[in-house]
Write a protein that binds this ligand. Structure first.
Ligand SMILES: [Cu+2]
Length: 153
């Protein structure tokens, strides 16, 4: 049983619901567009571990995922004289580091730099303070340049 005054009641509600639905559709399509972006390179888990004591070399970790296959061709920082990609491996029970001149980023695969494995060696990092951030530029073969900030601890 509706009174005359209530008839117009649902209209604003419908408008709100329609607006919410539109917003939902827009945000979903926004996400989809990001997910499908064929040129994206995701970088996550950025972390820099500063040298303990009087050391001068910091170590950087991160995870990269490129939508399209690519290759890291150089790594550098404006704050330090040199940054290198290294890989740690066990040879006859001895842990060894080897410099990587390049590193492939296969399409869609996570490429991880982590303790005991691949890492960035950041030379001349002795002056960088705790809680600072080291900017590191990763250049890819495609010409893409990733400007990343590594929080230090
Ligand atoms: Cu190393």
């Amino acid at each position: 049983m509706l009174k005359r005054g209530e008839v117009s009641g649902p209209r604003p509600n419908r408008a709100v619901a329609a607006a919410a639905l539109m917003a939902g559709i827009l945000s979903v399509s926004g996400l989809t567009a990001c997910g499908l972006s064929s040129s994206a390179v995701e970088a996550s888990g950025l972390e820099c571990r500063l040298p303990l004591g009087a050391g001068d070399v910091a170590v950087g970790y991160l995870t990269l995922r490129a939508a399209r296959s690519d290759r890291i061709t150089s790594v550098a920082s404006p704050l330090t004289p040199a940054v290198e990609m290294h890989e740690t491996s066990l040879e006859d029970g001895v842990s060894r580091m080897r410099r990587l001149e390049m590193l492939d980023l296969p399409a869609g695969e996570r490429v991880v730099f982590e303790p005991g494995g691949r890492h960035l060696m950041i030379f001349g990092a002795g002056e960088i303070g705790r809680n600072a951030t080291i900017p590191i530029t990763i250049t890819l073969q495609s010409g893409r340049i990733l400007n990343l900030s590594f929080p230090c601890r």
